[in-house]
Write a protein that binds this ligand. Structure first.
Ligand code: ADP
Length: 275
């Protein structure tokens, strides 16, 4: 059973209709066991993806401050082989990046064949923070939904599996997480007055996220709304969605690898005979 809500653009969604505290009735211990299995499965699929090099995988992580983007990367993607897995984090654009179109800095981090790339924030910031804080005129950011759709179609047409995750936390949960950091001096380094200031724009971000999800969801580039108030459930939901998206390719990858293997085996035999 999927734990994250897959959005493919069939009908518009509202975030209030998704419970951030959802845990599908699971117990934490059972979820930990399931997660361990899924991480093993993901590692195995990653090896096949890399060896077959027929596809690449782009995982986009978005969410409000404290929603757990870093924690998801650490727990779900941490066990992956770094040989073919990269993380690209997108911060406030540099002067050079700002002098180009908004996809310029993003496209160069798109995964190559066989690779998995995780975007920690992404091109969606250009229709989120940019919209909320009016960093560009409306005409400019409005046109970006089409640009994003065209970009993601291009990636999909080039055999990139595009999976986008919105880590959905409640306003109360965010406050708890922010206050928790202030209780522990060893976590002070995570404090940011900016997080409290951004919180004041909660509703504007809700509208911006809803538009991003509603305007930029497609079967080839779905969004997943991940209930993220419970960190253990968030991790499970993301891992499950990635495995479910990659599993259908397994047969093809195994078949292709078998052909490659047979061919090489024949070459070795031929070589031995020729000696
Ligand atoms: P994070 O919060 O992801 O752990 P930072 O605290 O460095 O990392 O935050 C990165 C900041 O960069 C965020 O406030 C985000 O909104 C901002 N940012 C990312 N992309 C853009 C963009 N295209 N335009 C403006 N700000 C951006």
């Amino acid at each position: 059973m999927p734990y994250a809500y897959k959005i493919t653009g069939t009908h518009p969604i509202k975030l209030k209709d998704f419970d951030p505290g959802d845990d599908a009735g699971l117990k934490r211990e059972d979820a930990a066991e399931k997660l361990a299995k899924l991480c093993d499965e993901l590692t195995r699929l990653q090896e096949l993806l890399y060896a077959a090099s027929d596809h690449s995988v782009l995982i986009v992580l978005q969410g409000r401050d404290t929603s757990g983007k870093d924690g998801t990367i650490k727990t779900v993607m941490g066990p992956l082989n770094s040989l073919s897995c990269n993380v690209a984090s997108f911060k406030v654009p540099t002067e050079k990046e700002r002098a180009h179109d908004f996809l310029w800095r993003v496209h160069q981090h798109a995964p190559a064949e066989g690779e998995i790339t995780i975007f920690n924030r992404s091109h969606y910031e250009d229709v989120l923070v940019v919209r909320v804080h009016e960093l560009a005129p409306e005409k400019v950011w409005r046109a970006r939904y089409d640009h994003i759709n065209a970009f993601e179609k291009l990636l999909a047409d080039n055999d990139t599996v595009v999976l986008k995750f919105y880590l959905h936390i409640s306003k109360e949960e965010q406050e708890e997480r922010l206050l928790e950091r202030e209780q522990d001096r060893t976590k002070y380094w995570k404090l940011s007055v900016g997080d409290w200031k951004e919180r004041e724009y909660w509703n504007a971000y809700t509208r911006a996220y809803e538009d991003a999800i509603n305007k930029c969801s497609a079967p080839h580039a779905p969004w997943f709304i991940v209930p993220a108030n419970k960190k253990w459930f968030r991790n499970l939901a993301v891992a499950e969605a990635i495995v479910a998206a990659l599993k259908p390719f397994e047969k093809q990858w195994l078949k292709d690898l078998d052909i490659v293997g047979q061919r090489e085996k024949a070459l070795i035999e031929e070589y031995r005979k020729s000696k």
